[in-house]
Design a protein around this ligand. Structure first.
Ligand code: M6R
Length: 607
């Protein structure tokens, strides 16, 4: 994930900006840069690679200026290079950016038609050029940004510094978090509070859709509708500035909310957004040669694998079997040459998954690890690794690791389909465009939180809860049930909708909530029949769907959570958000230890 820093200080800021960027290194990056206002004029220094390269440049050509913004960039549009590093500056404005501007191509075409010449391959430069145009036409910096923000589509965070405006910085949050730090006659901005640790412990957080005008006197925050709003200042204990919960009560909530940002990071790593293609790193085996795939993992990682089974079979037409690692390792499954085993693990240390990896290797399989911790044992022992890049996951209940596993596996499925000649270029472009929309769709899905909090009050009274889904929503139903039971201690089961009448229907009565995960897809009608079966027996349905699904579900006793319409392939990623929020709010109402539920460990390194 990219890192953003901004300082309106009392003395030279360039060194402080770099110090602050260093605290964001954990997010990963491949170039860095700083912009300051030296004698009122914008100056920019950028370098490819690590911060020490930027520091060497700054040693040779020190930058003055008491106002500055800085950035660590993880390449998305355009390769890692100095030319693509942030800040991107015009004569009038410098911008740093985290996230994806989905509609940058249209905006770029429009600007080029007006004669603007671009100096980088990034989506970010479009923002700088748009603001510059507005200022050239006579608008103030604040009016220019106000004009441009509504034109940007996607999930992102932005910070702006303006020529000849030494006491002004503007920040905007749409999908990616931003924290504001309050000093004594100084103001600070950071991707998270950790970045601001050396300067202040007085922090407020921008909320979704907010944008803020900072001066040394303070900050004026406006919400999406342009209304001036107050965001409370919190005193953050020193320890929290190491592993930060942001303004959330629990790590799990923070990790749910950061998904638009982290999944954008994962997709950026595995996609060439400009070419609209999947761009995996080189792997030590030929994807076109894969004859069959076995997926093995535990818990949530297993369910990510179960979703991927549908994608791999659809896009790559390879037979796939998905197995619980503790079963796979002992079952002595015959694995024939030409096979690929995919092991999935957040921690990369799960004992059963590791044993399965070793078994697969003994059987002559190529082993690909999809892990969050790239230095883990599983990553080291596999033939190849695809890191999911979710960042540290602290909550025992896995959330962002799940969706980033899905993002990685979705890219892999498309890559295999393409290598086998089964996906056309147009199919690939269409899928990549759909992937690029996921961060924004997740941001939309997070807006359901207040509604989910209300319905969780009913769920918290239930003894058992059933989750139903079909297709890729079946593994998501399993994941929903796992999430609910592990943190709220309410018994829950996930079933494929079609299995309902083969047993679980006997459980349904008026005390049984049934969560139905059903976007309006080609088998939606079948799910409606399942809902009718539940309603006829008095079961209370919570339907997670889209506007079309909501309009067509004429069934009694249905509460609806409505998400935007989206391509079927991205549904499991976006629908994960309400599923996680249902578990989270229910657990909070039950008063359980959400981040460290009883009897559970984050990493299960024993059998
Ligand atoms: O670290 P891993 O992904 O290998 O862990 C696998 C499971 O232990 C893990 O997903 C577990 O089920 C989580 N607590 C689920 O939220």
């Amino acid at each position: 994930m990219c890192g953003i820093v901004g300082i309106l200080g009392k003395s030279a800021v360039a060194e402080k900006v770099v110090e602050s960027l260093r605290r964001l290194e954990y997010r990963g990056y491949d170039s860095a840069g700083v912009a300051t206002l030296e004698h009122g004029r914008l100056e920019v220094c950028r370098a490819e690679g690590k911060l020490k390269n930027l520091e060497h440049k700054l040693d040779k050509h020190p930058m003055g200026g008491h106002s500055g913004i800085g950035h660590t960039r993880w390449a998305t549009h355009g390769k890692p290079s100095e030319r693509n590093a942030h800040p991107h500056a015009t004569k009038r404005v410098a911008v740093v950016h985290n996230g994806i501007i989905e509609n940058f191509r249209e905006l770029k075409t429009e600007l080029e038609a007006e004669g603007v010449v671009f100096r980088s391959d990034t989506d970010t430069e479009v923002v700088a050029q748009l603001v510059d145009r507005q200022m050239l036409a006579g608008k103030s910096p604040v009016a220019a940004v106000a004009e441009v923000l509504p034109r940007l589509k996607g999930a992102f965070a932005l910070a702006f510094l303006f020529d000849r405006e030494a006491d002004l910085m503007i920040a905007a949050r749409r999908g990616s978090p931003l924290a504001i730090g309050y000093g004594d006659g100084e103001m600070f901005l950071g991707s998270d509070a950790i970045a601001l640790g050396p300067f202040t412990d007085r922090i407020s957080y921008l909320e979704e859709g907010d944008w803020a005008v900072l001066t040394r006197e303070g900050v004026e925050v406006r919400d999406e509708s342009g209304r001036i709003v107050e965001r409370p200042i919190q005193k953050v204990p020193a320890g929290a500035l190491l592993v930060d919960k942001g303004n959330h009560r629990h790590f799990m909530a923070k990790e749910i909310y950061e998904q638009p940002e982290v999944i954008a990071h994962t997709f950026s790593h595995y996609l060439d957004l400009s070419a609209e293609t999947v761009a995996l790193p080189d792997l030590p085996f030929d994807l076109a040669e894969i004859q069959h795939i076995s997926i093995t993992a535990c818990g949530t990682a297993l369910y990510a694998g179960a979703v991927a089974e549908y994608w791999l079979e659809r896009f790559a037409r390879v037979p796939v079997s998905t197995d619980i690692a503790s079963e796979f390792r002992y079952r002595e499954t015959p694995l024939t040459p030409g096979g690929l085993t995919i092991v999935i693990s957040q921690s990369g240390e799960t004992a059963d998954t590791l044993a399965s990896l070793r078994y697969a290797k003994e059987c002559g399989q190529k082993v690909l690890a999809v892990v969050n911790v790239p230095t883990s044992t599983i990553a080291r022992e596999a033939d190849a690794v695809l890191p999911i890049l979710a960042g540290p996951e602290i909550g025992v209940a896995s959330t962002k690791a799940f969706t980033c596993q899905l993002a990685t596996l979705a890219c892999l499925s498309v890559a295999i389909g393409r290598a086998k000649g089964l996906l056309s270029q147009e199919d690939e472009h269409r899928l990549v465009r759909a992937f690029m929309e996921v961060p924004r769709l997740m941001t939309e899905a997070l807006k359901l939180s207040p509604e989910i909090e209300v319905l969780s009050r009913t769920l918290a009274k239930a003894r058992d809860v059933l989750y139903l889904g079909r297709g890729t929503n079946f593994p998501l139903a399993l994941e929903g049930a796992l999430k609910l039971k592990e943190i709220s201690y309410i018994h829950a089961e996930g079933y494929a909708g079609g299995e309902l009448k083969h047993g679980p229907i006997a459980l349904i009565d008026e005390t049984m909530p049934v969560v139905v995960i059903a976007p309006h897809d080609r088998i939606f009608d079948k799910t409606v029949s399942n809902m009718e079966e539940v309603a006829a027996r008095g079961g209370k349905i919570i339907l997670v769907t889209d506007p079309k699904g909501a309009a067509q579900a004429h069934v009694d006793a249905v509460q609806k959570l409505i998400l935007p319409e989206m391509p079927a392939t991205v549904c499991p990623m976006v629908y994960s958000i309400p599923v996680q929020l249902i578990a989270y709010h229910t657990a909070v109402i039950m008063g359980t230890d959400v981040d460290q539920p009883r009897n559970l460990a984050k990493s299960v390194t024993v059998e």
